[in-house]
Design a protein around this ligand. Structure first.
Ligand code: ATP
Ligand code: MG
Length: 221
């Protein structure tokens, strides 16, 4: 079966906070989605501009769509980009949205400093296995990584792991589960990402969007 041709710019976004926070930047670029991904089942959303469409994918799939050129550009959290590795992508713009921190969190009262000094292995549960592995390797801490896909907070409470690596914004979810953040791995915000080849071939159409996003970010202070 042939893929229907689309001769415009395809932008990959995830539902939820990334979509909501990107809509004002799109508007600044003169782009208005013609459907709402929360209520529509459509995964390809047309916009007011016939030469621009949106594709709605899982947050962690955005870099993959852009890397392989299925989308020309996308919006992805730095957490997702760190874990992906960034191959085939340009990351020209920090959109300063979806801000939070990637952190190590432990049960309240857990002696983290001692745990990482002992030379014993630390059991770490996380969705960010590659980033966590790099972080603890840099510190010279031996870890057993346990890959999870959500609700990381449950892991230390059930004895699955000693600590977790997860995103933290207010800290309320940690607190509600008797956990506390003890170490920052990275400050996180969403980035505009571009497919390297698309940027070379289609720069004249992509540059104005990048430019408008850039002005929109500056204007939102
Ligand atoms: P999925 O629901 O598909 O598993 P997800 O839970 O990662 O994906 P979101 O919760 O929408 O999807 O998160 C998308 C991005 O928003 C994350 O990759 C991260 O960069 C950022 N983010 C996640 N949680 C927060 C938060 N509490 N505050 C601010 N930004 C966040
Ligand atoms: Mg989430």
């Amino acid at each position: 079966m042939a893929v229907s041709p689309f001769d415009g710019i395809t932008l990959a976004l995830s539902k939820g906070r990334i979509f909501e926070d990107t809509v004002p930047l799109l508007r600044a670029a003169g782009i208005v989605p013609l459907a709402d991904p929360e209520s529509s089942r459509q995964l390809i959303l047309p916009t007011n501009r016939p030469d621009v469409r949106l594709v709605i994918v899982r947050a962690s799939d955005v870099p993959t769509y852009v890397q392989y050129g299925a989308a020309d550009m996308g919006v992805a959290g730095k957490d997702v980009l760190l874990e992906h590795g960034g191959e085939g992508l340009y990351q020209p713009l920090d959109l300063c949205i979806a801000r939070c921190r990637l952190m190590v969190a432990v049960p309240q009262g857990f002696d983290y400093a001692r745990a990482i000094q002992r030379g014993a292995r630390l059991r770490v549960a996380t969705k960010y296995a590659s980033t966590a592995r790099d972080h603890f390797a840099q510190k010279g801490v031996h870890v057993d990584l346990i890959k999870l896909y959500g609700s990381m907070e449950l892991a230390p409470l059930t004895g699955l792991a000693d600590v977790i690596v997860d995103l933290v914004s207010s800290g309320n979810t940690l607190k509600a589960n008797q956990l506390e953040a003890v170490e920052e791995i990275a400050a996180i915000s969403a980035r505009l990402v571009l497919n390297v080849a698309a940027w070379k071939l289609n720069r004249s159409r992509m540059a104005p969007i990048l430019e408008a996003f850039s002005k929109g970010v500056a204007a939102s202070g």
